[in-house]
Design a binder for this molecule. Sequence first.
Ligand code: RUB
Length: 321
Amino acid sequence: TEFEPAPAVRETAESIATMEIRGAATIASAAAEALAEQAEAAAASGATASDPAAFRASMRAAARDLRETRPTAVSLPNALRYVLQRMEGDSVDGLRRSVVDASEAFVEQLDRAQEDLGQVGANRLADGDTVMTHCHSTDALACIEAAVEQGKSISAVVKETRPRQQGHITAEQLRDAGVPVTLIVDSAARRYLDEVDHVVVGADSIAADGGVINKIGTSGLAVNARERGVPIMTAAQTIKLHPETLTGHTVEIEMRDEGEVIDPAARGEIGDIAVENPAFDVTPPRYMDAIVTEQGQFPPESIVTLMRELFGEGAAEPWAE
Ligand code: RUB
């Protein structure tokens, strides 16, 4: 493009692409913060410092670079849209300030939404419950941690989550919150569901039909939980709602490198086989008991009502004040 994004933006984009920064909420706040860094850099350098139109164009270019990193978590484009829609002013300094303010407001709302949904999710858990988790979701953890803060005694069975083992991050965080943790391989999930009272997962996107897009393996876990009679909830702030699914679009499922599945050194020995590595899957609404948001809990089939409220006529996005 004509505008090279600031080094801080390139670094953030690279960290999202390599999954050093990962998880839908964390990606969203990093992207919003990167736009603020772009605004500071553009207000201080070259043509963008003196030309409001050039400043705006450089912001849009930075947003495109951030957008292209990973396709599935809608919180990323939702964050970029939130900040860019609030960019206003006739001078570069005014524009800069509006972007920095919007970025800060976004991150604040994100934190508050997570706290609020944590309370809702915690209300679904009872003293003495054992929960099962998949992957690492800050929204899901907020529910478990809030339950512990309510004085409930909770223990956890944590799925390691192949291929990248984000379950290890979940295990450490729960251990630090004083939750007794048992780590299992993914394929042991159904066996352990007999000892579990509730499954708690996060989401990268929620579709208008109530389908939950989350880490690969979530849909199988949900089907098994239903078969075992164990309730399953998705903890998802409203920035996870995917506006384009209201008009019939589907959510792109990221396909990642085969090197995450099979050691490149062993590839030669195994020879001519196909390896596929989808990062996410879709859990149909009928296998999910509740979507827990900062606006309360919803049966998946009714989430479209909230989506229309937040994205429909005029109201341009979630987290409207
Ligand atoms: C992470 C993942 C998480 C959601 C929700 O996938 O699927 O469950 O992003 O996380 P990856 P949060 O590791 O591939 O990014 O609740 O923190 O937004």
